[in-house]
Design a protein around this ligand. Structure first.
Ligand SMILES: NC(=O)c1ccc[n+]([C@@H]2O[C@H](COP(=O)([O-])OP(=O)(O)OC[C@H]3O[C@@H](n4cnc5c(N)ncnc54)[C@H](OP(=O)(O)O)[C@@H]3O)[C@@H](O)[C@H]2O)c1
Length: 242
């Protein structure tokens, strides 16, 4: 797909990894719909900056903890931009909770945003487009067995499975791929609590820019669907040692 003038919805696009994805796709010529929940100020400022650079950009807001909000966000994104070619399911929550420390409410909260929302958005997108591309942002944790973030890891593993199932069901009109980053940014937004990133086979932390590169590549390539690309400096090969 030539990305010039294609319209993309990036969920959780206002800050951190989502913002890098919006910026990278804008550089490729995409029109960008930035979804945000709490980061409204950051989303508006990013949209203004993209527009100043010549990229049509819009902001849609919504809390993905309900099905209605997912449908509303997709409807508003179409309303704003008039059309949509690409959906990037990037929004997620991450908590360090073990099997025994996570409450039922914790489990539901994580699954609602990390799994149910992408599923609902995929359906809402697929109902509206004739052709399109979807990227689900996963996590290299889907390949390792670390018990420190059980609800999160389960949600991302199920999202990886959904990526393959959706690729099968939505072909040939829509391609569905996953990008699984390693620890590109510390979990805490202020950076004060740095997550233990573990060992990297390539002896360097994976870069946010490389996550965006992988997304651009998967979107440009029309022969790939049902693929999961790890952008984790090889950490998925190290299993629970990574
Ligand atoms: N950071 C890493 O090193 C890393 C590593 C592996 C995988 N990943 C994956 O990469 C993606 C981006 O990572 P990140 O660290 O940039 O994520 P993040 O900052 O923790 O969250 C991304 C966005 O998700 C949105 N979000 C959270 N709860 C929401 C809700 N209830 N409704 C709607 N939106 C909600 C937030 O939007 P608002 O700010 O607008 O509220 C937030 O900006 C995630 O899927 C993550 O799992 C990240």
């Amino acid at each position: 797909m030539n990305l010039e003038n294609k319209t993309v919805l990036v969920t959780g696009g206002a800050i951190r990894v989502g913002r890098a994805i919006c910026e990278a796709l804008a550089r490729e010529g995409c029109r960008v719909v930035i979804h945000c929940n709490r980061s409204v100020r950051e989303a508006r400022s990013l949209a203004a900056r993209l527009r100043r650079g010549g990229t049509p950009a819009w902001v849609v807001t919504g809390d993905f903890r309900t099905a209605e909000a997912c449908e509303r966000v997709m409807a508003r994104a179409f309303q704003a931009a008039g059309t949509m070619d690409i959906l990037i399911n990037n929004a997620a929550v991450f908590h360090k909770q073990t099997l025994m420390t996570a409450s039922d409410a914790d489990l539901c909260a994580e699954w609602e945003v990390n799994l149910a929302a992408p599923l609902r958005l995929i359906r809402a997108f697929a109902r509206r487009v004739r052709r399109g591309k979807i990227i689900n942002i996963l996590d290299r944790r889907i390949a390792s067995c670390r018990p420190d973030a059980v609800p999160y890891t389960l949600s991302k593993r199920m999202l990886a499975e959904l990526t393959l199932l959706a690729a099968l069901e939505l072909a040939p009109a829509i391609t569905v791929n996953g990008v699984a980053p390693g620890a590109v940014l510390a979990a805490d937004r202020k950076g004060s609590v740095r997550e233990k990133a573990g060992r990297f086979l390539l002896q360097q932390r994976p870069a946010v820019a490389d996550v965006a590169h992988a997304i651009v590549f998967l979107l440009q390539c029309d022969s790939i669907t049902g693929q999961i690309v790890y952008v984790d400096s090889g950490q998925h090969l190290l299993g629970s040692d990574g």
